[in-house]
Design a protein. Structure first.
Length: 132
């Protein structure tokens, strides 16, 4: 199997986030490492360690978007890799077209190469509040 490029991994991430924002959790879950050291500190709070706990958190997050018609915008801050480790830092804004609910967050994702695929091993996001 051909190694996944960094660019393809980022495209897959973007598509999986799109799925998550309409309540579909599986594409995002599939991007994660199955190693026991993975962690998530999501925008809804909590710290989750291990694949099962992270998957449960992703399912709960996806449920928050059931019925949404999302308008998703992201502002990349930084993204790079050294062939074995990589990271993505961005601001995201999701607006529900149905009722104008807006969620703005800052997001950091850490990736590592596992065999031929890039896999997420850490996610941290929290609400983005403007400082006045």
């Amino acid at each position: 199997m051909k190694p996944q490029s960094w660019e393809d991994a980022l495209a897959e991430l973007h598509a999986a986030v799109g799925s998550l924002l309409v309540g579909e959790h599986k594409p995002y879950q599939q991007l994660w490492s199955r190693a026991p050291d993975i962690t998530m500190m999501g925008a809804y709070g909590g710290l989750y360690t291990g694949y099962e706990a992270v998957c449960a958190a992703i399912i709960r997050a996806a449920a928050n978007y059931q019925g949404w018609q999302p308008d998703y915008r992201e502002e990349p801050i930084a993204a790079t890799n050294d062939g074995m480790l990589g990271y993505v830092i961005l601001r995201e804004r999701v607006t529900n077209i149905n009722d104008s609910t807006v969620r703005s967050r800052r997001v950091t994702l850490l990736f590592r190469r596992e065999e031929v695929q890039w896999r997420i091993f850490h996610h941290h996001s929290d609400p983005l509040h403007q400082v006045v």
